[in-house]
Design a protein. Structure first.
Length: 262
């Protein structure tokens, strides 16, 4: 991955993205996480700006940046706000979102794209009101062909009529062409970067590819920022989301009275 100096840091040079949020590496309560996610939702709606449903692909330079955590909890936050929300596991090779929601992996997206399942069969309700999930389905190495198929475009067109928010959790940008295809499907990308982990030069190179496609990069979420780091350098907005590793699973509060993080 190169020298540590080329990794992302709270003070490093930007690569031309508006920072949609910064995320902290430690938190005290789930309330901190939820409040930060609410701010990120507002920021994302503002950046999207278009009429109709919010339709976004969420990706990152590589594995371990916190992309799936963010996609899951961003979807949950929109649903908590009363928005009919659909979360799609677009990682057809290694998708695991179903585990976060105790849902089924299949029939899922792959079964629909293969013509083996109808749209109504792959959309699952979750235990959270207003939040629905499409699992990845039976994993395959033919992901690019399926994601770029006419069936995928038809699916998204139909879902746009049924949901207020559609978030697609894609593979990392370094995993092949899949995230670029999904970016063109939604037309919008949100990038997740992890402080001290994401490789800045690699991220910049992948963004150059995105910039040549009909895709809007709405901004970046800088994840796992140490407490006390300076945030004002990046943008007008400052929402600090604690890193996913800090969620306290031993919270003594009852589940129904505690802000929800998955």
């Amino acid at each position: 991955m190169g020298a540590s100096g080329s990794r992302w840091s709270a003070r490093s040079c930007s690569i031309g993205l508006t920072r949609a949020s910064a995320t902290r590496s430690r938190c005290r309560t789930n309330s901190e996480v939820v409040e930060a996610l609410r701010g990120l939702c507002l920021n994302l709606v503002h950046a999207h700006g278009a009429a109709g449903p919010l339709l976004v692909t969420i990706t990152s330079p590589g594995a371990g940046d916190g992309k799936s955590f963010l996609a899951s909890n961003l979807a949950l936050t929109f649903a908590d706000g009363g928005h009919r929300t659909l979360l799609v596991d677009g990682d057809l090779r290694r998708g695991l979102l179903h585990r976060r929601f105790n849902a089924n992996r299949k029939p899922g997206l792959i079964e629909f794209l293969h013509g083996d399942a109808a749209r109504e069969q792959i959309v699952q309700p979750t235990s959270y009101p207003w939040l629905y999930l499409i699992g990845c389905g039976t994993r395959t190495n033919r992901a690019p062909e399926l994601l770029g198929s006419a069936a995928m475009g038809q699916l998204v067109a139909a879902l746009r009529q049924e949901y207020d928010v559609i978030l697609i959790d894609s593979p990392p940008l370094g995993a092949g062409v899949d995230p670029f295809i999904l970016g063109t499907v939604t037309g919008n990308v949100l990038l997740v970067l992890r402080t001290g982990y994401s490789h800045r030069d690699a991220a910049g190179a992948k963004l150059e590819v995105l910039n040549r496609l009909p895709v809007r990069t709405l901004g970046a979420v800088l994840n796992d920022v140490p407490r006390g780091a300076a945030y004002g350098y990046y943008s007008y907005y400052s929402y600090y989301l604690p890193g996913y590793e800090a969620v306290d699973e031993d919270d003594s509060l009852e589940a129904h009275s505690r802000p929800r993080v998955v």
